[in-house]
Design a protein around this ligand. Structure first.
Ligand code: BTN
Length: 263
């Protein structure tokens, strides 16, 4: 496996991806990348692991992380980037998600879609997710970590009972075992393209690709954000990456957080 990652690193020369650190297992690739960021590792360091012992999802959920899936975290220390601080988490989450969707369709010809805010889905079953964490100081981004988890080679029968109805793996869709380093390479190539685009053109093109690949739009949804609940039609994203919900009285809400359910 290590040789595979060395060879994909060579194919990423001249991109913003500078190193790939491969681990057999780790608590969480996001936590490891966080530690590397503090130790001064450069922007473009990627941590990838065969399995995670304490994989984390959004909203303090656990991320089921056995061997056979893709777990990667990209450390960035963005310099010349013109984003509002409040748009950073959605921007990099969408960046990770659209890179994954484009790579999956490019390599395996499988059309996955995006469920707000961070899910990669196939026919409404969750195939993967993105967990973005950032350290901000004043108006400056010190670092961002974009964690991507994709169910790749796991057998459907191996998923825990409480989630098996809601999830899916790529190998199940494709009917064969897939090469994870190849998938990661293609995600990182897309990621680099979109990252360059965000630097030159801002968030708008990223939002457009997200919208084109979304399965959230024009559907009746409920978003639960702590004690607050919104119901209405998901109409789009605003220019800060917030979800636009039109409630059944016609009032528009701009949402940054929450868990979305289809009605
Ligand atoms: C979600 O949908 O809740 C986000 C899941 C993100 C999981 C990935 S796996 C790699 C990285 N390390 C983690 O602990 N989490 C992210």
């Amino acid at each position: 496996m290590l040789e595979h990652y060395l060879s994909i690193k060579n194919k990423l020369q001249d991109t913003s991806i500078k190193d790939i650190i491969y681990l057999d297992y780790v608590d969480s690739t996001n936590d490891y990348a966080h530690m590397l960021a503090i130790q001064g590792y450069p922007s473009g360091t990627v941590v990838v692991a065969n399995r995670q012992l304490k994989g984390r999802g959004r909203q303090h959920n656990k991320w089921y992380s056995p061997q056979g899936n893709l777990y990667a975290s990209i450390l960035l220390k963005p310099k010349d980037i013109n984003l509002e601080i409040s748009a950073i988490i959605p921007a990099f989450t969408y960046l990770g998600a659209i890179s994954s969707v484009c790579a999956i369709s490019g390599v395996y010809n499988v059309k996955t879609t995006l469920k707000w805010p961070n899910d990669i889905v196939f026919k409404d079953r969750k195939l993967g997710g993105v967990l973005t964490e950032a350290r901000i100081s004043g108006n400056e981004i010190v670092f961002v970590i974009i964690g991507i988890g994709l169910n790749v080679n796991i057998d459907m029968s191996a998923f825990p009972e409480d989630i098996v109805q809601r999830v899916i793996s790529l190998s199940h869709i494709c009917g064969k075992v897939l090469d994870i380093p190849t998938l990661l390479l293609n995600i990182l190539i897309k990621f680099d393209d979109f990252y360059k685009q965000i630097k030159t053109e801002g968030l708008a093109p990223i939002i457009n690709v997200w919208l084109q690949n979304s399965s959230t739009l024009q559907r009746n949804v409920r978003v639960v954000d702590g004690d607050i609940l919104y119901e209405g039609i998901a109409e789009g994203l605003d220019d800060m990456g917030r979800l636009l919900i039109r409630d059944f009285n016609g009032k528009i809400f701009h949402l940054s957080n929450g868990h979305l359910y289809f009605l």
